[in-house]
Design a protein around this ligand. Sequence first.
Ligand code: DGT
Ligand code: CA
Ligand code: CA
Ligand code: ZN
Length: 584
Amino acid sequence: MSRNAEVARQLEAFADLLEADGVEYKPNVYRRAAENVREHPEPIEGLAAEGAEAVERIDGVGDAISGKIVEYVETGEIEELEALREDLPVDMAALTRVEGVGPKTVGKLYDALGITTLDELAEAAENEEIREVRGFGAKTEDNIRENVEFAREAGERERLGDARPLADDLLAYLRDVDAVAEASVAGSIRRWRDTIGDVDVLVASEASERVVDAFVEWPAATDTIEAGEHKASVRADSIRVDLRVVVPEEFGAALQYFTGSKDHNVELRNVAIERDLKMNEYGVFDVSDVDDPDAGQRVGERIAGETEASMYAALDLPLIPSELREGNGEIEAAREGTLPDLIEPGGLRGDLHTHTDWSDGRAELAEMVTAAEARGYDYYAVTDHATGPGMVGDVGLDDEDLREQMDAIDEVRREVDPDLTLLHGVETNIGAGGDLSTDDDLLAELDVVVASPHAALRQDRETATKRLIRAAEHPSVDILGHPTGRRINEREGMELDIERLAAAAADAGTALEINADPARLDLHGDPVRVATEAGAVIAVDTDAHAPDSLDYARYGVHTARRGWCEADDVLNAWDTEALRSFLH
Ligand code: DGT
Ligand code: CA
Ligand code: CA
Ligand code: ZN
């Protein structure tokens, strides 16, 4: 793991503090530099070692910023940043997590009321002190009061998309260690939950201390929280990572146990008890001939534990996929033989919601299409933003732009691999009342229409449900994009009557989206399951704004699996012909 993300965070902290200070323009220069550093393919520490000039090869990084980057990599801090922090000693990350509170607000509230933490912010809102501050009012204060709790919870959990790449890096690192026989993630990250409390990693080894030693030396680990003989915890990229090492014979039992969820395990253990079996992190034991099954952990005759499948088989159950293990009926389904035949990872044949630099994407049309070809997709839809509510500046395309884009698409079609069907679409905006921001005749001409809410996201459940149903019933709309509009850990999004929406969408021949961008995962597992049970088709889309983001597909597919989706339930797991007939 390179240190690019870590350095980018320093620049962002710099930008926030400057903005809080009332500095104009410069904060955005720092933010742009931060983004480019984060995405830069070479490790920043390598460039910094070469010197400031090498760092300046990164777009948007001038001599002021490159100097600070070199200083940070060399000394572990930036003097000027530390001085700003001393002047404004606030928990910026926590405070700005409150929707509607930006760095500027943080600066003003610190100056006026000395607020430094979420608790102090909540208290000031409770005591109606904020409304008295110049530039604030009762409405702002009410908003802050409502949003503080969400921000507090958000601070405790990481997005799957931040934790998973870190976990993958660790697994690759551990698998290279001699003493490691097998390594896997466990816990919520293996169940592909949308947010992760901590990352759990399990290793099979006969030499646990060597594994623990290697683990704390993992380059991405910034500090060691604890290290024992068989387990250890470190922090990496501010995420807690727990390691456990077990002997290979007990790996399956431990993997089953530590994958959870707790609810799943409790229910499963009851199935074991019914059969005179004892099930725990060491295996499944036949205790029918044992006087006191609680005398120890490893009692009676051990009948399973080396593999996870053996644990379930000992209870006469098929292996239950990790995404289903939430204690939501999966054990009953396994007993009755009615577990879904889940869509496979890699089971998508195309992507139906993507962007280019015609709107706010970062890559050209041809680049995005080339990336789609490289993935071996059967079809690929370009759906740039239409102008309308929620689109800032000139990001969105008006009807004329879209017609112009038709010609550009035709041109790319002439070059494209004949195995790839290139579809031209749009992501149009759903207005507050369910109206769309693109002309009806034009929508009818396009191959794919994604309609998404981008503004007015604080409607009540009834209004929001009616709004989306109206959009779903528009004859040209094929997919409702990120239906709730949530952004994980940033804003809650709209509450919807999913069952009613899904039934209406099913009748109208409109699919509901799983937006696979890990900042969204919208819809997520539970509503997806409700939606498919109500008859709706699900589209798993990356909403990619750059070629690399086409990889978000994996988060989407695992989210579909959490929603009990089979391949038939997923529009873009269908072949081109079936897709085409759905789109018509
Ligand atoms: P998280 O980290 O909050 O996103 O959720 P998990 O599910 O990863 O929970 P975590 O990290 O506390 O523990 C990992 C797994 O270990 C959990 O899913 C089930 C198992 N486990 C941990 N503690 C207990 C416990 O006290 N009882 C039971 N039955 N299982 C436990
Ligand atoms: Ca965990
Ligand atoms: Ca844990
Ligand atoms: Zn989009």
